[in-house]
Ligand binder design. Sequence first.
Ligand code: PRX
Length: 649
Amino acid sequence: MSNIESILTENRVFEVSDEIKKTFSVSEEKLAEMRAKAAEDHVGFWSDLAREKLSWSKPFTVGLDDSKAPHYKWFTDGELNVSYNCIDRHLQDKSDKTAIIFEGDRGDIERYTYKELHDQVCRFANTLTAQGVEKGDRVIIYMPMIPQAVIAMQACARIGAIHSVVFGGFSAEALRDRIVDAGAKMVITTNGSRRGGKTIPLKHAVDTALEKGCEQVKKVIVYRRTDDEVEMQEGRDIDWLEAEAGMSNYHDPVAVDSEHPLFLLYTSGSTGKPKGVQHSSGGYLLNAHVTNEWMFDLNDNDVFWCTADVGWITGHSYVAYGPLSVGATMVMFEGVPTYPDAGRFWQVCQDHGVTVFYTAPTAIRALMKFGADLPKQYDLEKLRLLGTVGEPINPEAWMWYHDVIGQGRCPIIDTWWQTETGAHMIAPFPVTPLKPGSCTQPLPGIDAVILDEEGNELIGNEGGLLAIKQPWPSMIRNVWGDEERYRNTYFPLEGKPYYVVGDSAHRDADGYFWILGRVDDVLNVSGHRLGTMEIESALVSHAKVAEAAVVGRPHDVKGEAVAAFVVLNVDLPEGDERDALVQELRNWVSQEIGPIAKPDDIRFGTNLPKTRSGKIMRRLLRAIAKGEEITQDTSTLEDPTILDQFQKK
Ligand code: PRX
């Protein structure tokens, strides 16, 4: 059964016992109250939370400014510093509390109290200032999952510099595009990273990226994570520890406007190059803060572990900012789930007493394959909540997570949201009755609706396009440097206020949402977002490729895999040479974008299936990629014989 079919036929309901319910901070009554308040006074609901949860150096008087809708501003005349909110305000009563427990790939462990984190962030903030970084400057962070990545992000926030973290798995080409688009002045990186028992170089990609078109980058700060040698360019590259030597442990956080951009994070869309999603300071932090409290119930005794890399939005809201803002203890892990064996995640949970664990369905599916005996070898008794994010979770994986990892006791918090939404949007509170495969109901203050193709709101038990009707504090503020693209992409319904998500969803009779997947040309491979057009552009930039079309096909671990249909401008080689070409093209995509974008399947034909007006018939390609029989009407095809060519592997 496909994922969508299994989701749409699911009808089990799971409720936690009253005894466990009592342990959660937000009761059903409190939740009902919050929903009622938000429905009655949307802006007042968020404004009260912003006053209660965040520390403002200058209080705001305006909740929402919608005078330039859909360019919304929240808490506009207020000022705050995000790093102050994440660190300094805890120093009075939590200075010795552990903020970060770090476990390296090889099992090396480091702990940082809030005071130690404060000192490190201050030293690095002073370092950035000494290196000429000022408020509003863009700084690229291209680092592995080590505490220094969070320290760098927090230090940028402290001085009002705008960071853009680029996932360490992206190639030099992808890195360059982001450096150029952001107009970054500095890159912070490491000599390499440690993953799965190996060391992987990183800095060389920065060197390659900076070879052309990045003249505005004046400095590169390099943290030495591995023992490997690293080439340093005189005058440009600086060693982190040397630069930091003698810097003060004190730094006065720079107060910024609530709307000051905290960061840019590049993400794929259906057209063009990845866009720089611009997030604000006050509004972003508010939703990152409250969702860590609401969905994960983080309290003083919790140890929270979100497995996401800081290169993705999840690693921003649920590693670098949210858990610190609520004053929690969190785990950061450098390695991979299967090294030294597939029990690694459960070992980390056991050793650090993890109480709340948050990961992606793709990881659950991959670990499920190793059976239930492996997790049983570890003590997972402390776990009390389990989260998932990034893609629809199929009921089978949900049940395994619930029964084997959560031992039937831990609610599964399936969180639907996006890079652009900043934080959770549709997700259960721990007390919410659960249905496997459903992210349940919108959060209080999040006005999710379902639209038909024409943009009319559907009421009741229906499926269609997911949209958000009213602005919320952590929403995307702009596509960096391109207001028109922001409006066209997210608010395409002329004259209507809907933020259109790009996902289709179904709402059942209980008002529960079931996300069915993207409706645009965006793929979701292992929970990572990739634009088909990006991969197509990478393929056609290869000398032997004339044309390419990319579609997704279902994959039992990755959710979706990349399938590429390629037209060559040379004769199609046979046998081993053909296999070698397939490999060459896969490596090419990896080099242009990163290993996550490598096609699983590459097929060749003399043309792409197009209509007589030249439009590529992607639905046919999707059917071929899935290995389905073609039942669609092919009469509009310019050349029907093409299909036979592509059907041959
Ligand atoms: O299609 C939805 C899917 O991931 C997309 C957003 O991807 P990205 O911006 O990379 O953010 C991922 C982490 C928040 C969405 O449009 N998605 C995310 N979470 C879920 C999901 N699909 C179903 N269920 C989820 N819980």
